[in-house]
Ligand binder design. Structure first.
Ligand code: GLV
Ligand code: GLV
Length: 316
């Protein structure tokens, strides 16, 4: 049997696959739909990245022998799930093993924004550090601040765990309340508008869906405190990016840390000119540990599916 991997991923998972199947790995270029179909046609399994749009047309193009689309990501908004279900094709993701990496990156962004890390580095490099100053590059501390976690899945919960180390107060919003979480983290559930009004840091951890698209728009941004920070490591379209650029440029909030963008890799006009935002290129899960674990999990899902078993990480 044959496995197509749309772009190179860490070798450890590929090695597992190569022990059992013929494996073809694409080049490190995003394949346009037509080329993807042409290259992966006739394969029994495909490992896709979040940059591959998989819809009914692609699935039909690949052929009836296709058993699984194993997404190398925890998010799977790039795949048309009903289309896959209709054709009896498994869709799997890589949950669990990137939780800590993404949550840690969330804090990298929170700290970078609140302590002006990037501006400080630039200041020193450019030779402006000529004397210690009482009022130089003052930021905000996290101690005793309120973090508002939007979306209490694995990542949101781990962000809460890290927040306790900073002695932050935790509030959260999710479609489901979690009383066990509330008691173990001394956390309070808030409806989204309340959370936005109260939080000093708002951190987003929901998957992208019809329901969460533009969950944070101009109305929601206007509820936030003037010195609050917004962090997004989930999917860009959860935030109305144009509205965020406007809020940041009008200093309606203190700042933002963004790892994801609405039309990535393209950025909304004005975003890069703002000095109250920190931008990273969708690298929240980019640790060697997480990426190798993702490779292994994607491979294991493929192996189970092709050996006639139920893969462990089905998303539908
Ligand atoms: C990355 O964004 C992922 O969904 O794994
Ligand atoms: C994703 O891993 C989540 O559940 O937050």
């Amino acid at each position: 049997m044959k496995v197509f991997v749309t772009r190179p991923i860490p070798e450890n998972g590929l090695k597992l696959l190569k022990e059992k199947f013929e494996v073809v790995v694409g080049s490190n270029q995003i394949l346009p739909k037509g080329e993807l179909i042409q290259k992966a046609k006739g394969f029994d399994a495909i490992i896709t990245l979040l940059t591959d749009k998989i819809d009914g047309e692609v699935l039909d193009g690949l052929g009836k022998q296709l058993k699984i689309v194993a997404n190398y990501a925890v998010g799977f908004d790039n795949i048309d799930l009903p289309a896959a279900k209709q054709r009896n094709i498994y869709v799997t993701n890589t949950p669990g093993i990137l939780t800590e990496a993404v949550a840690e990156h969330t804090f990298a962004l929170i700290l970078a924004v609140s302590r002006k890390v990037v501006a400080s580095d630039k200041f020193v490099r450019e030779g402006h550090y000529t004397q210690w100053e009482p009022m130089l590059l003052l930021g905000k501390q996290l101690w005793q601040q309120t973090i508002g976690i939007v979306g209490l899945g694995r990542i949101g919960s781990y962000v809460a765990r890290i927040s306790t180390g900073f002695r932050m107060r935790i509030i959260y919003y999710d479609i489901k309340r979690n009383s066990e979480f509330e008691s173990s983290f001394n956390a309070s559930f808030k409806e989204l508008p309340e959370l936005l009004k109260e939080a000093d840091i708002v951190s987003i951890h929901v998957p992208l869906s019809e329901e969460t698209k533009h969950l944070i728009g101009s109305e929601q941004l206007s509820l936030m405190k003037k010195d609050a920070i917004l962090v997004n490591t989930s999917r860009g379209s959860v935030v109305d990016e144009a509205a965020l650029v406007k809020a940041l440029s009008e200093k309606k909030i203190y700042g933002a840390g963004l790892d994801v963008f609405e039309n990535e890799p393209r950025l909304s006009p004005g975003l890069t000119e703002l000095d109250n935002v920190i931008l990273t290129p969708h690298t929240a899960s980019a640790t060697i540990e997480a990426r190798e674990a993702m490779s292994e999990i994607a491979a294991k899902n493929v192996i189970e599916a092709l050996e006639g078993k139920t893969p462990p990480n089905i998303v539908q």
